[in-house]
Design a protein around this ligand. Sequence first.
Ligand code: NAD
Ligand code: DAU
Length: 353
Amino acid sequence: MRVLVTGGAGFIGSALVRHLVLEKGYEVLNIDKLTYAGTLTSLQTVADNPLYSFRRADICDALAMEAAFESFRPDRVMHLAAESHVDRSITGSRQFIETNVIGTYTMLEAARRYWQGLADREKDAFRFLHVSTDEVYGSLGAEGLFAETTAYDPSSPYSASKAGSDFLAKAWARTYGFPVIVSNCSNNYGPYHFPEKLIPLTILNALEGKPLPVYGKGDNIRDWLFVEDHARALDLIAERGRIGETYNVGGRNERRNIDVVRTICALLDTMAPRREPHEALITFVTDRPGHDARYAIDATKLETELGWRAIETFDTGIEKTVRWYLDNAWWWEPLRRDYDGRRLGLPAGGGGR
Ligand code: NAD
Ligand code: DAU
């Protein structure tokens, strides 16, 4: 099995590449531009594996994508490359539109041209998994869950760009009969998570005795999934999911942000004690503009149709994650030098760059 993965140097992409190469024994070509979020050190365990290869390229570069398809000749594409941080999309949206919308369009077209030229058997077996987010559904109130049938209602430039890319993927299935599947997942956490997102930022700020910024009142809710559970789900969906369908992925782990931060503080009080409890570092700051109140996934379709279950609960996964950051300063220290955790996402002017 030959799998072309885009964004394989990112947080989820690297977990997926490690899973496909080390657990499944698949041949993987990782295409990644290596933006600030792409880190080849996340792939050390596969770097010398003969099943793994890497090509530095921009998914918006149609010629480079065409060449990659022709030389690697994949059986499957798993498309994860994206600009992924909501706060960055608020201060500069252009790159989100370019990578998430134009980049996905470019991938779909390169893949479709390649697929059209395949012999019947390979053509029937080919799949393009477009990896997306639950943020396309917008915000929930106190009740209810996002189902695959929930109407799209994105709030941020990031989620709007992902919604646009989902619509392109679905249109390529309907119009061209191109074998696309879409997955929409809730918040991931775990090892190798770039320290701009809530969980790794909180862990590292706490370790360094810096303020722990909680937006608004901290009562926004996210539904957390351990990244390795997501990687397994993606592999299963690409393998057995139905063409043209959407699959929601989530771990049934709803938590208020303030409770996530307090849990990390409590773990660090035991694993890396300091004079004052870590909770004393919690600082409530100006809310994120357009902040979605609550995300929660109904993963029944994935569970019943494909038999997937998350292995980690939030309690087991967060403990593993905090331990991983304590043990792997070699990975995050260079990233922390480039981005020190300063506040992002308060709009200073227009969208633009
Ligand atoms: P990430 O920001 O950690 O990684 C993105 C990767 O894409 C990086 O390696 C980056 O270098 C690469 N990339 C960016 N622009 C590129 C371009 N133009 N060409 C080639 N490569 C490029 O993101 P992530 O958190 O791993 O998310 C991966 C995917 O999963 C995204 O599509 C995201 O929307 C989706 N997703 C993320 C989450 C989450 O909680 N992190 C949840 C659901 C869905
Ligand atoms: O739901 C899936 C999405 O989850 C993915 O599509 C995105 O790529 C991913 O980044 C994530 O988006 P969020 O905006 O939910 O994640 P983030 O870690 O940025 O924020 C989580 C919550 O914590 C959110 O309610 C905002 C809040 N927050 C975030 C940061 C960075 C804080 O309170 N303080 C912070 O410093």
